[in-house]
Design a protein. Sequence first.
Length: 266
Amino acid sequence: MELINVDRSKCKRDGICISECPFSLIEESEDGGFPVARRAAPRICIDCGHCLAVCPHGALTFKGQGPESCLPLDRKLNPSPEAAAQFLRSRRSIRTYKDKPVPREVLEQLLDISRWAPSAKNAQPTKWLVIESTAEVRRLIGLVVEWLRENGSFPGVVAAWDLAERDLVLRGAPHLVIAYASEKALKPEIDCTIALTYLDLAAHGMGIGTCWAGIFLGAIFNNYPPLIEALGLPENHRVHGALMLGYPKYRYQRIPQRKPTDAIWR
């Protein structure tokens, strides 16, 4: 399969695809100045699809994918600067959840949106472990509590679980979403964090609450054997982040202030 194919009846030879290729893998042909892939392109290309996405004439096909196979881009759906600012400022870390599961199709939609998160060289290394079962969530919480007990950490969290099975690890969230990747990936910790952030914000847009699962991750990052075994990840793969997730029990009414921006300008 050719890396790129150009419909010369549509191509205007405006050089946009040539200009936008991150690694300058497209050049002008000698027989009319149409875009063609350089000889090294198949080896170096990172599959970003910029060339396909940017062509205003729909003249380019990338690895067999043409304009008709792309998702539509409706600019009317883009939020205004004011709407985007409020959306981002209003996102909260949710620690009180309704006793109501999120439908699997909604969870699948969140994971699907996260596929478009940027990653180093567009390698898209992020994989997901979705703990959908509330019973399984609580089993994992119990393992985290045992790790806290052994280390003498967060005694209040341990006591709450021991006395009343009150969950202060994942705060009663019905679901847990874990991002992991192969140890061979280029920048897995960064890529997984960005993918989780996409999921985090997508969930906010759907009225679903999230919170970064710091205590849970503490047990994982310290390689607590019972928890690592319970997750059952493939060999040579590591967890790089996790979000508790569910419907918020309460609706927030206002946006508290934050610290002033601390920036150096040069």
